[in-house]
Design a protein around this ligand. Structure first.
Ligand code: ATP
Length: 217
């Protein structure tokens, strides 16, 4: 069974993460998806919620969805959460299993800036999900990578454990955690952008400067 790997800060998790992940899981079936929150995001500022809060929000988000689970290995590890280290530890655990690192087009565009990015394909496949406002980058390194490793059919991801790139069409949802944090900071309603269980944690714990009183949550 393919293992999809969805890494991120999830500060907070929202439907722009969950719906594309579900569609990838269905397209690559049989598959399951591990959501792996990072501890020290290498490419961004410190998260607005603590690691434990981000973890609890993710757990609330995936509860009841068969095939989805939360993997806390980056939170349990010391130091920066490099994706290449996470993939290496998953590879050690699952030697022959097909591993698929799932990335939005924005994350894929930034790939050449990642720590040891050229080693990623020896550990996993890459599944690129389109994200509104982003197109595939015109970058020589990424064009070469796509030219060489792009899969013509999703079945190739089942046949070998790593090394192919698959571009997956998903429902375009223009939702970002940045926007959700800004809405929460302004005391605005977050409904229909993320699961209710996640919204309740934000509201009850006053995350992101949410000024809503708990009895209004
Ligand atoms: P922030 O706004 O704080 O940067 P974010 O909403 O981009 O957060 P992350 O946790 O940084 O969320 O993203 C984790 C992964 O999910 C990345 O690969 C990113 O491309 C992907 N992703 C996030 N939002 C979407 C979306 N709306 N559609 C498709 N992919 C998404």
């Amino acid at each position: 069974m393919i293992l999809g790997i969805c890494g991120g800060t999830f500060d907070p998790v929202h439907y722009g993460h969950l719906r594309p992940a579900l569609e990838v899981m269905e397209a690559l079936a049989p598959a399951e998806v591990a959501f792996i929150p990072n501890a020290c995001p290498p490419h961004r500022d410190t998260p607005g919620a603590s690691s434990q809060q981000r973890l609890r929000m993710l757990e609330a988000a995936v509860a009841g969805q068969s095939g989805f689970y939360v993997d806390r290995r980056e939170l349990d590890r010391e130091g920066t959460s490099w994706t290449v280290d996470t993939l290496a530890s998953l590879r050690e655990e699952y030697p022959g299993r097909s591993l698929c690192l799932m990335l939005g087009t924005d994350a894929f565009a930034g790939l050449p800036g990642w720590h040891r990015w050229r080693d990623l394909l020896s550990l996993a496949h890459l599944v690129v999900m389109q994200r509104p406002g982003w197109t595939l980058p015109e970058n020589r390194d990424l064009e070469r990578l796509l030219g060489r490793y792009r899969a013509g059919d999703a079945g190739e991801l089942q046949q070998q454990p790593a090394g192919r790139i698959w571009l997956q069409n998903v429902t375009a949802l223009d939702i970002s955690a940045t926007r959700i944090r800004a809405l929460a900071a302004g005391g605005r309603d977050l409904r229909f952008l993320l699961p209710e269980g996640v919204r309740e944690i934000i509201c009850n714990e006053g995350l992101y400067g949410d000024t809503t009183r708990p009895d209004e949550c």
